[in-house]
Design a protein around this ligand. Structure first.
Ligand code: SF4
Length: 418
């Protein structure tokens, strides 16, 4: 993992909904966008609040028509997270959204390019302290009919890269747009350059991160439904975040956007970029050694525990003795199955050995009891009490410790510059 890239920062929000800082040393934030109509006020508020309950930091809404920016004023009174107005084609929508009290504006240089219009938006945002994201999008900066011509013309840029001309165009567009903001002395900005091609997203953001010090909003656009979109998005976004690039992100799926929030947060938890909220579930994939219906068990544990428990406890559900003890040791509450039974551990201490039909209820009971214990200050998360000794886990080859002690393993170089 590389250290986080240093950027400027901006703040989105107000006294009522709270403030989210983007960039600088602020934690990487997670965004999503509403899928319904903004002018349908009740449905829009309900959708935003559903994402807020799932842990989203910022929600963006589309404002294609005047009735959408009109609705914003009421929506902003009812929601509990900062709201961004997504503006395309009509600069007036940005002015109306700012007037309504929106917390941030997104502009697309591909469809609002008149300098005077951009200046009007900048002035309005400056007056109200509203930040702007400049979001170039592969799909909207080039005419489809021009694609081949542009590829030939710009072939020499980023030579050897299959989409070098597109990266060149996105950067040129950003530079051109940023000059307008520079001339106005407006730097309350974040930038993004999305594509549906994961490898291009990695390359374009890597290039942009070297050229601009504004916070970066990451995303793979039009990634598809969650089944395929998750791989595409996580491949690009986790690579960038691991390389220290990215200050806020949106995963976009052509399905329920609640999954954008869940997967965005999970990505950051997994990379250690945000402290986890709620249960971390560890489960084995099962194999020919399995002796219980583990998939159903895991599904039920997930369904019942995830919404209920608030503390970030580690819960392991393992199929047998091979990896069971190891995971049980690292988890706060664990079960590993064998011979149609489940052996349950709480912080390394065996608390139950129950037949398969009783595993779920007993595991849930132990998880709830453990959370209460932590709340009362009688236990600490991640602190095991007793070591579990797995049955002959290593055999005659040993654990590798002897080799390390004998100086036969080179010193770890992670995090050291070569
Ligand atoms: S824990 Fe056991 S059942 Fe699960 S995958 Fe590993 S070996 Fe197979």
């Amino acid at each position: 993992m590389s250290p986080r890239r240093k950027t400027r920062s901006l703040t989105v929000g107000d006294d009522r909904v709270g403030r989210v800082r983007i960039g600088g040393d602020a934690p990487i934030s997670v965004q999503t966008m509403t899928a319904g109509y903004t002018h349908d006020i009740d449905a829009c508020v309900q959708e935003i609040q559903r994402y807020a309950a799932a842990g989203v930091d910022i929600v963006r809404v589309a404002v294609p028509e005047r009735k959408d920016t009109d609705a914003l004023r009421e929506i902003l009174k009812q929601v509990t997270v900062p709201i961004v107005a997504d503006v395309h084609f009509h600069f007036q929508r940005a002015l109306e959204a700012v007037e309504a009290g929106v917390h941030k504006i997104r502009l697309n240089p591909g469809n609002i390019s008149d300098r005077d219009q951009v200046n009007m938006v900048i002035d309005a945002c400056k007056e109200r302290g509203v930040p702007i994201r400049i979001g170039v999008n592969e799909g909207s900066i080039i005419e489809r009919k021009d694609k081949l011509k542009r590829a030939e013309e710009l072939g020499k840029f980023f030579a050897g890269h299959k989409s070098g001309h597109m990266i060149a165009l996105m950067i040129a567009k950003l530079e051109e747009y940023l000059e307008i903001f520079d001339a106005r002395g407006f730097h309350d900005l974040a930038i993004s350059a999305k594509s549906m091609d994961a490898s291009m997203v990695i390359d374009v953001y890597t290039e942009i991160s070297k050229r601009f010090d504004y916070p970066l909003h990451l995303g793979v656009t039009h990634a598809g439904p969650r089944d395929t979109g998750a791989i595409r998005s996580i491949a690009a976004l986790s690579t960038l975040v691991a390389n220290g690039i990215g200050d806020t992100l949106r995963i976009s799926y052509a399905s329920d956007h609640i999954d954008e929030v869940k997967d965005g947060l999970e990505l950051l938890y997994c990379l250690g970029k945000r402290p986890r909220k709620g249960v971390e579930l560890i489960a084995c994939p099962t194999c020919g050694r399995i002796q219980v219906d583990l998939f159903s068990l895991v599904k039920e544990v997930e369904r019942k525990l995830m919404p209920e428990l608030e503390l970030p406890m580690k819960v392991a559900v393992m199929g047998c003795v091979v990896n069971g003890p190891g995971e049980a040791e690292g988890a706060d509450v664990a079960v590993f199955a064998g011979d149609r039974r489940g052996i349950i551990y709480v912080q390394g201490q065996r608390v139950a050995n129950v037949p398969e039909p009783e595993i779920l209820d007993r595991l849930l009971l132990e998880c709830r009891a453990f959370e209460e214990k932590v709340r009362r200050g009688e236990a600490k998360l991640g602190e095991k009490v007793v070591e579990i000794i797995p049955p002959d886990p290593l055999g005659e080859l040993g654990s590798g410790a002897a080799k390390i002690h004998a100086g036969l393993v080179e010193q770890v170089t992670i995090g050291k510059s070569s």
